[in-house]
Design a protein around this ligand. Structure first.
Ligand SMILES: Nc1nc2c(ncn2[C@@H]2O[C@H](COP(=O)(O)OP(=O)(O)OP(=O)(O)O)[C@@H](O)[C@H]2O)c(=O)[nH]1
Ligand SMILES: [Mg+2]
Length: 289
């Protein structure tokens, strides 16, 4: 229903606002770095801790099916029959603002249903890593030993969104060098950490061998504490609600404009005469509903 933007979702969401809110952990990184394997390993750990976990796997390049998503399903299949694990693949195409609107709504509902944390995995192409950071409380950026030429391989902007770095595939050659390179890069770009300033830790994992996963979860928990103790958590939540409001408003406005242009041929005629959209857009938005 959320994915179809079904109108009843609104009432459902509004009825559930008093319920628990999920902590959202986003995983992003280049294709094949091991995000799905890592999430699967983390789910295994969280189930040992008796937590209910939801996983949303998004693929910005597909609507509802796709190779990567099918792969995720298969990789996480050992949790598929566990009632305390919810796994959902969501395509991002077709939603205004990429994955954000439907994902935010889904996160809200999953939190109300008692899933905590909600984990989001996205392939790091285009804008998707920024989108995942926009809905996550803790953003985990996943890298691998074969960083290529190091610095150049790490896309601009990715350093800023990372709350935790994972260098996965620790079982592969070149792992130490990769960690060292990343560490020196971060020390160049970062102010030293303090209780007021979060310094993203670098966690070495081998998802395939279920190694380093406790350390990864400890880093996420530490970041969660940091957000709460500094008051950033509240500010972030407020900023996100404002941003979501803007997105919802845009969705409503777009729908109204489209409908007016279909229903009012005179309007379309004037629009075509003018040849530019601004005045007509304003005219429609200015109309009382
Ligand atoms: N050697 C090694 N291989 C790993 C490790 N973790 C994952 N892999 C392998 O890396 C490949 C990609 O893993 P995925 O988990 O699908 O990676 P992903 O980042 O989710 O990939 P996309 O969703 O396509 O972006 C698979 O063949 C995994 O088995 C690891 O710790 N060590
Ligand atoms: Mg994956």
């Amino acid at each position: 229903m959320v994915e179809k933007r079904d109108p009843s979702v609104r009432a459902l969401g509004e009825a559930l606002t008093d319920r628990a809110k999920a902590y959202v952990v986003g995983f992003t990184g280049a294709p094949g770095t091991g995000k799905s394997t890592l999430v699967d390993a983390l789910v295994t750990l969280l189930r040992k801790l008796d937590r209910s976990v939801a996983v949303i796997a998004t693929d910005p390049n597909s609507s509802f099916t796709g190779g990567a998503i099918l792969g995720d399903r298969i990789r996480m299949q050992r949790h598929a029959l566990d009632p305390k694990v919810f796994i959902r693949s969501m395509g991002a195409r077709g939603h205004l603002g990429g994955l954000s609107l439907a994902a935010r709504e889904t996160i809200r509902l999953l939190g109300a249903f008692g899933f905590d944390p909600v984990i989001i995995e996205t392939v790091g192409v285009g804008q998707s890593e920024l989108e995942v950071a926009a809905v996550s409380n803790t953003t985990v950026v996943v890298l691998t030993p074969n960083l290529g030429d190091g610095v150049q391989m790490i896309k601009a902007g990715i350093l800023e969104i990372a709350d935790v770095f994972v260098v996965n595939k620790a079982d592969l050659e070149g792992h130490h060098r990769a960690v060292t390179e990343l560490r020196s890069m971060l020390s160049l770009s970062n102010i030293p950490g303090s209780p007021k300033v979060w310094k993203p830790p670098i966690i070495a994992t081998s998802a395939a061998r279920q190694e380093g996963i406790e350390e990864l979860w400890a880093a996420v928990e530490a970041h969660r504490k940091y957000l709460t103790s500094t008051g950033r958590a509240e500010r972030l939540a407020a900023d996100r609600l404002k941003e979501e409001t803007a997105e919802v408003a845009a969705e409503i406005a777009r729908e109204r404009v489209r409908q007016a242009l279909v229903e009012d041929p005179a309007l379309t005629e004037r629009l075509l005469e003018k040849g530019t959209p601004y005045a007509t857009a304003e005219e429609i938005l200015d109309r009382t509903r």
